[in-house]
Ligand binder design. Sequence first.
Ligand SMILES: Nc1ncnc2c1ncn2[C@@H]1O[C@H](COP(=O)(O)OP(=O)(O)OP(=O)(O)O)[C@@H](O)[C@H]1O
Ligand SMILES: [Mg+2]
Length: 495
Amino acid sequence: MNNVVDKEELNWRLRVFDSLSYPTLIIRPDYTLVSANRKFLELFEEDQERIRNQKCYHFFYKKNTPCRAEDCPVVRVLNTHQGQTVTWRKEGRWEDRVFSPILDDNGEVVYIIESIRDVTRVKMLESELSETKELITRVVQSSASAIVAADRKGRIQLMNRAAKELFGVVNKECWPFDNAEQLYPPGKAKEIMSMLRDETMGGKGKLSGVPATIVSADGEEIPVEMSAAIIYDDDDNESATMAIYNDQRKKREIEKKLKDAQQQLAQSEKMASLGQLAAGVAHEINNPLTGILMYSSMVLEHLETGNPLRKDLECVIEDANRCKEIVKSLLVYSRSTDSRRQIIHINKLVEQSFRLTRDQKIFRNISIHKELDDEMMLINVDTNKLSQVIINLIINAADAMGGRGELIVRTYRNKSAQKVFLEIADTGPGIAEENLNKIFDPFFSTKPKGKSTGLGLSIAYGIVEEHGGRISVKQTGPEGTTFLLELPQYIPAES
Ligand SMILES: Nc1ncnc2c1ncn2[C@@H]1O[C@H](COP(=O)(O)OP(=O)(O)OP(=O)(O)O)[C@@H](O)[C@H]1O
Ligand SMILES: [Mg+2]
């Protein structure tokens, strides 16, 4: 009865063994092949009888001695009593060979089952995948746009080369960012995430070309154009985020230059037409004024001392003289006066101008700092006119500070651009934003009427233009104002 069961069971086991879909072989610990299943025989085009009792090393390698442990998984199974898997390539195919020990009650190996799996497809897919991955990595790395990806918790997982440059981490010894939040000014990352989740802003999980600010490793705030996306897994859960940044600094710089140039152009057009107008008016007024002065002086001469009309007439003459001064200034502004040029070091001109400042009282409570560069800074200018410019800038500065503060006069040059610079900085209250584009207009003044004509800066503008230079407000704010004068450097011909 037992024999029947045993035999039945044996048959059953053999059938199972035979129907295994992987080619499988049973080996004894002495390397003798016991049996191979149908798939194995098909694969090797063998029959059971020929295989049986062959040594495995002979069957596979036509050798007469067992292989070395380092080459042979069977030997290793015998040594370790553990299963072994090896993958190898055979005639263009990839195989996984799995060697499993069958142990007896004492833990000794009684059989080794070797089963062969064709993993060519898996290997091909793996290699395709790794090629695709490599291609994606190369595309991402070589992109001119900065690309950053972070996981669900905001931990940065990827930063391509452009991003490393943009965020200034290229030569950093230690990695400065723990979390993507640190890539933005405080609180901004959260705002970006809620914009990303907002379906009305470019679709769920997407942002396209929005302006943003990022913070580099050195703390610099950089304007960028940002496109971002949330990456969802198959169950629609957020699994990562990625963002692409394009640096806007160059664009902003160009836009600013363009705007400045447009403003300058508008300013010089305005000044040119105002200049023509001023010249016309000055000429027209000059002759009647001369008449008024001449006749009133003649009348004054004929009036005996003590005549009450003398005082009135003196007022007429004084005001007429004041008008003459204004006319003269207007003519300078409109460049209708002669120019006598002379080569002079800008520092010398500055010193002369300070000496010429008539009302020295106004400087009593002002500390004056002169930072005069001692480079060769010659200019070829009408020294009288240029002094007038400098004096007006100094007096304006003193007026702005109400006679109390700090005045800094700085000279320097740009050798390659062949330009000489003069800066006059004060610690006054600054120029109001709405007045900034009016200060060079003739008669624009915020000072009490009668004290000022508002011609100082417009005259200065005309003079500096005449010398091929430029006058501008370099900086203004509650901490003070800096005027900048730019003049062409005089380069003596080499002898
Ligand atoms: N350093 C300065 N700080 C603040 N405001 C200034 C400064 N320089 C000039 N301004 C402003 O520009 C205006 C025009 O200056 P500008 O020199 O042309 O005329 P003014 O000083 O008012 O009169 P004038 O020079 O004829 O006596 C001033 O009234 C003042 O509002
Ligand atoms: Mg002035």
